[in-house]
Design a protein around this ligand. Structure first.
Ligand SMILES: NC(=O)c1ccc[n+]([C@@H]2O[C@H](COP(=O)([O-])OP(=O)(O)OC[C@H]3O[C@@H](n4cnc5c(N)ncnc54)[C@H](O)[C@@H]3O)[C@@H](O)[C@H]2O)c1
Length: 397
């Protein structure tokens, strides 16, 4: 269920990652720095592909002070830290948890190890930032959320894309009503990806789209059912191409296309609303986001005069396109800032454990649907999934 040593093709795109050398805190122009009385001592666990990004960003965050880098392979930690670092390396997670200076832990190990490590950290009274997916089972994720809530600790899931300036702006636009009622969400995340040894393309790539969907959906609109189709045309033993459809509670559809076999890379998301439609093209930094005042209007029948009643009820609106200005910021800097702020302010972070749990439930439902040949699987609040009947499907529409 995780990438395993190889560079995950599900990683946040390079443009979300600033090109800065590792080192001490360097303020980002335009990013307000919190005034910090005492830095939050922390540790990073996992020095593989993604962990070093957490190390660098923790070191560059004024509110945090990195004390430890822990990996089962200490040579990896030493390589990441370099010769002159004051951060200590260890293979013992117990040693990290026993250090009273450590108030927070960031976990970037393969997902199969998340549950045990997160649980131990919470039981030791540490705040936790855990990589996606939060765990490999919804039941375990729910248990971790409850444990964190019961102990008053922050449990945050690193849904990195949610901390990019573009996704934050999209959320503002959707939540602020600029788009009107959400009518569809359509995302394409395809490229020549590394076929992962232990997860299919849905588990590798779709967590990004599903976490973005979860983040931007307006309050009151939520997924109710999932259907997924997958194919393995190269005989890799797992789906390499998948189409995922999420039915939303307001009747709208969200669709994600994820694919490891595409020779061209595409990263686009469209969100259509009753007032406006936005198009996010992550490979076009000059105009990453475009908001179109275009759409289809349906004239209510009682407003039609006899003279035009014979004409179509549908009219097309073709208005302006606006490309909002976006600052360039490394998403992981914002992740670290949010983690520190949530700890300091004693509040839930923007992407808390529950958002990790919601994304996990969608992934489980998608896997179940794949097994069932694409049948719609309801998204149950408990995380349990069962086959939806044709009648229920009709009602859900
Ligand atoms: N947010 C993103 O965009 C993004 C991108 C890539 C990976 N990730 C996530 O980051 C996590 C790690 O992925 P990766 O690609 O870096 O994996 P990786 O295999 O490259 O590295 C994992 C490291 O964890 C270490 N490790 C494993 N079990 C451990 C334990 N019990 N204690 C200490 N160290 C342990 C391994 O030795 C290894 O060095 C995964 O959950 C993955 O999904 C997130």
């Amino acid at each position: 269920m995780t990438s395993s040593g190889a560079v995950s093709s599900g990683a946040v795109s390079a443009d979300a990652v600033a090109h800065e050398a590792p080192g001490e805190h360097v303020p980002t122009p335009g990013v307000p720095e919190p005034v910090v009385a005492e830095r939050i001592g922390m540790a990073v666990v996992g020095a593989g592909y993604w962990g070093p990004n957490l190390v660098r960003n923790a070191q560059q965050t004024a509110a945090l002070r990195l004390h430890w880098l822990c990996d089962l392979d200490e040579a990896k930690s030493r390589r990441v830290l370099g010769e002159y670092s004051t951060v200590r390396s260890t293979t013992s997670f117990e040693e990290v948890l026993a250090d009273p200076r450590v108030r927070a832990v960031a976990i970037a190990t393969p997902a199969a190890a998340h549950y045990k490590l997160v649980r131990a950290a919470l039981e030791a009274g540490k705040h936790v930032l855990v990589e996606k997916p939060i765990t490999t089972s919804a039941e375990e994720a729910a248990e971790l959320c409850e444990l964190a809530e019961a102990r008053g600790l922050v449990l945050m899931c690193d849904h990195t894309f949610c901390y990019t300036p573009v996704v934050r702006r999209i959320r503002e636009l959707v939540h602020g009503g600029e788009l009107g009622d959400i009518q569809f969400f359509d995302s394409v995340r395809i490229n020549l990806g590394l076929v992962q040894p232990d997860v299919d393309v849905l588990w590798d790539l779709a967590p990004h789209d599903l976490s973005i969907l979860d983040f931007v959906l307006p309050p009151g609109v939520e997924p109710v059912g999932v259907s997924a189709q997958g194919a393995d045309p190269i005989g890799a033993g797992r789906a390499c191409v998948a189409y995922l459809t999420v039915r939303l509670s307001n009747g709208a559809l969200a669709h994600c296309h994820v694919n490891w076999l595409s020779p061209t890379k595409v990263r686009t998301t469209m969100i259509g609303g009753s007032r406006r439609t936005l198009v996010w093209d992550d490979l076009n930094p000059q105009a990453r986001l475009a908001v179109h005042d275009r759409g289809v209007d349906l004239t209510p029948p009682d407003e039609l005069t006899d003279a035009i009643r014979h004409q179509a009820l549908i009219s097309y609106r073709v208005g302006e396109m606006v490309a909002p200005a976006l600052v360039e910021q490394e998403a992981l800097r914002n992740v670290m800032a949010e983690f520190a702020a949530a700890i300091t302010e004693g509040r839930a972070p923007l992407t808390d454990g529950r958002s990790g749990l919601r994304v996990l439930r969608l992934l489980h439902a998608a896997s179940r649907s794949l097994e069932l040949g694409g049948a719609t699987v309801p998204v149950e609040p408990t995380g349990d999934v069962e086959l939806i009947t044709a009648q229920e499907r009709a009602t859900a529409r």
